[in-house]
Design a protein around this ligand. Sequence first.
Ligand code: SF4
Length: 338
Amino acid sequence: MKRYVELLLNWFYENKRDLPWRKATNPYHVWISEVMLQQTRIDKVISYYEKFIEKIPDIKSLSEISDDKLLKLWEGLGYYSRARNLKKAAIKIMNDFHGEFPNNYADILSLPGVGEYTAGAIASVCFQLPEVAIDGNTMRVYCRLCDLDLDISNLQVKKAIANKIRNILPENPGDFNQAIMELGETICLPNGHPKCLECPFCYSCSAHLNQRETLIPRKIISSQKLEEEYTLFLIKYKNKYALHKRKTDLLKNMWEFPNEPGFLTYDEIKEKFKNSTFIKIGITNTHLFSHKKWFMNSYFIEVQDQMNEYVWATIEEIESNYAIPTAFMPFLAYIKTK
Ligand code: SF4
C-alpha cells in the first residue's frame, strides 16, 4: 500500500488543479469551499467562492451578515441550509472559540453543518491532523483499486473503508485526502468509463486489470422522487411584482413568487384575483431536487391594488436584493419580457 500512496501523491503534485482555495491553507477558506462543494460541481463553485470571500472575508463578517444578503450570495447554488449553517457555525466560533477557527477534529465536527467528511478535510488540510475525508470519490477509487464489489451507500461499508484508509495515511494526510478525491473527480470517473490509461494505477488497479472498472462500485437503483404540482402567481402592480418569503423547511427564508399547491384553472385564478385587470397563462417549468420533482404552471396577473400580504419589488430590486431559488428563475426571466 505504501507504493500506492507514493504513486498517488506524485501524480497529485504533478497534476493538481489550480483552485482558488488551494492558494493557502486558511481554515476559513477551506471550510467555505468544502461546504460549497457538497452536492455542487467544482466549475460552478469557483465563481461563487471568489465572490463569497470578497464580500464576507472572515468569520466575524459571516457571523454578522443579514440572512437576506447571505442567501443572495448563495442564490443558484441550491441546498440553502448550507448557507444558513455557515452563519450559525460562524456565530458559534465567535461565541465558543474566541473567533478562532477550531484546530482539532472534535471541535470542528461540533460546528453546525459540518459532517465527518468536511471535518476530516479541514483537520487534515489545514492542521495536518491524521484524519480521513471519505466521500464518494474516495470510496469509488478505493473499491476499484481493490476490485471490491460493494454498495458504497451503506454506512458500514463507508466505516470499513475509512478504517482501512486511516491505516495507510502518510505524514501529509491533507495532500493524501485531496489527491484521492482529485483522482476520483478527474480520472476515476463515476459514470461511463474511467480514464484508466491516464491513471497512475493503470498497471496495478485490480478492477482495471480484471476489466471490471465500470461495474464497480455496485449500482444502486435510487428510489423514485416525490412529484408535486404548483401554480405560480406572477402578480404585477404598476412596475412591481409580488414576492413572498418561504416558511417551509425546503428553501426556507428564500423569496418566491406567490403560489399554491396543485394546478389551478383559468376560472379559478379569475375567481381568486377579483381585483385583477389582466390575466394571461404564463410559462411552465419543472425543477428537480435531490428527493422531489416540482411541476410548475404560472399565470401573469396584473392587479389594480397592492395586496398587503406580499412584499412588492421591481425587477431590478428583485435581482439585486432578493434571493430567488433556481426553481423560480425561469419565471423571473419570463416577467423580464413583460
Ligand atoms: S485504473 Fe481505472 S479504475 Fe483503476 S483507479 Fe485508475 S481510473 Fe480508476
